[in-house]
Ligand binder design. Structure first.
Ligand code: GLC
Ligand code: MG
Length: 424
């Protein structure tokens, strides 16, 4: 988080299941499109927050299944747990705040009297969240009776119904909206209120996000009935909230464009990204397009033409070296030359390459060290090389692009693979 020294240009606060992540898209195309847009245009000066109903356990599982980026802040368990950074450091202040007028044991005792409530898995029961399944038809009645019971016992709780099946009981001060309000207040106190905030969701537990003042909101196209109904009753004429035409992450990209929040063309939607537009010239964009080219080359989605490799070579210092995870060294020109042998070798296969956590640090007037995780999915197997690239800006303000000066790679622990299967 210290990465961002000024107010974030854009802060995206997004739900995960059926919002950022489309469980009906086995190729994860819209997620990968969002990732490329974020890392190429926003990562360096904006904030990404995931806000999910999942517990830390299930959140980590989802990260293993889907090509998700690493957010700056993670809000889990329906706004009851806030953590910062890759290390997921918990916000202790939030925990203390939630302890007010909350007694988990009383909630457990009272809910056990309702036969309609079926307890969710143990991992989803959290210090400030008790969760059940309940039939759609019974949800309203149960919610009403339950809140009366708990009020009588002196508790101030919030009951949220989501996805037409999940019922969560939280302290009144908790929830995705309250957690966001808490973070916005923190940013304000530091003089770093984000220039724009976009909230994104699809189900009941996201509704609160849309009632935070001064945020833009997108209900993705596939939003649940309960969220659309909440919107119809509470926020109808609000021009800052849209119901997207597109599903999931594609709906988020659509909203970025609709509200004019910044660039909204994902590099994945650009056929010939070697022609890069001046507005996109930044180190993040440079690495995104490089690895995207590599993915398309191996998938055989671009022609095996010498001109492409020549233009790639033209972006490299002739003496530039790649140090592989094993310590083996080759020149970048040699590596690019070697690409000839793997053109189209992943055609028709499950093969994707994406970058995460792109961080560029200037180390001279026109030189940057760009550090990132380079992920490769091949079939069901994932590997990740933590990569550091030194690049030089060509022309004033990199108007003529960048020159790659050297590349260093290390395996991310737990994601090693046979080095020879990949050129980069
Ligand atoms: C996630 C959580 C679950 C919760 C639901 C709705 O699926 O795992 O516990 O009930 O979100 O908030
Ligand atoms: Mg959802």
């Amino acid at each position: 988080m210290d990465r961002i020294t000024k107010a974030a240009r854009l802060m995206i606060v997004s739900d995960l299941d059926h919002t950022m992540v489309d469980h009906h898209d086995p190729e994860d195309m819209s997620l990968l499109r969002f990732n490329a847009l974020w890392e190429s245009n926003y990562r360096h000066d904006s904030l990404l927050i995931f806000s999910t109903g999942r517990s830390p356990t299930l959140y980590k599982e989802l990260r293993k299944e889907k090509p998700m980026l690493t957010p700056d802040i993670t809000i889990m368990s329906v706004g009851t747990e806030i953590t910062y950074g890759d290390a997921m450091v918990p916000d202790e202040g939030w925990v203390e705040f939630l302890n007010q007028k909350w007694d988990r044991n009383i909630v457990a005792e009272e809910t056990s009297k309702f036969s309609e409530l079926k307890l969710q898995a143990e991992t989803e029961q959290r210090p400030h969240k008790v969760s059940f399944y309940v039939d759609k038809a019974k949800a309203q009645t149960v919610t009403k009776q339950l809140s009366e019971c708990l009020e009588k016992r002196g508790l101030d709780v919030k009951i949220i119904y989501s996805g037409g099946m999940d019922l969560d009981i939280l302290p009144q001060g908790a929830g995705k909206g309250q957690a966001l309000a808490y973070l916005l207040k923190k940013f304000k106190d530091e003089g770093k209120t984000p220039v724009n905030t976009l909230v994104c969701g699809d189900s009941g537990n996201d509704a609160e996000l849309f009632s935070i003042p001064e945020v833009y909101g997108v209900m993705v196209n596939n939003a649940q009935e309960e969220l659309l109904q909440w919107h119809a009753e509470n926020a109808k004429g609000n021009p800052n909230i849209i119901h997207a035409k597109e599903r999931c992450a594609a709906g988020i990209i659509e909203a970025v464009g609709h509200f004019n929040l910044g660039p909204n063309t994902s590099p994945r939607d650009v056929a010939d990204f070697m022609e890069c537009k001046a507005e996109n010239v930044n180190p993040g964009h440079e690495v995104v397009k490089f690895y995207l080219f590599y993915e398309r080359w191996r998938r055989g989605e671009i022609d095996n033409c010498e001109a492409y490799l020549a233009s790639l070579k033209a972006c490299c210092d002739p003496s530039a070296v790649v140090v592989f995870p094993s310590g083996v060294e080759k020149t970048l020109h040699e590596c690019i030359h070697a690409m000839k042998t793997c053109h189209g070798d992943q055609k028709g296969k499950k093969f994707r390459v994406w970058v995460d956590r792109v961080l560029s640090t200037p180390i001279g007037s026109s030189t940057y060290l760009v550090k990132f995780d380079k992920w490769e999915l091949s079939g069901e197997e994932r590997s990740c090389r933590v990569t550091t690239v030194k690049i030089d800006a060509k022309g004033s303000n990199a108007t003529d692009g960048f020159t790659w000066v050297n590349v260093q790679q290390k395996w991310l622990e737990g994601f090693e693979k046979d080095e020879s299967t990949s050129v980069f």
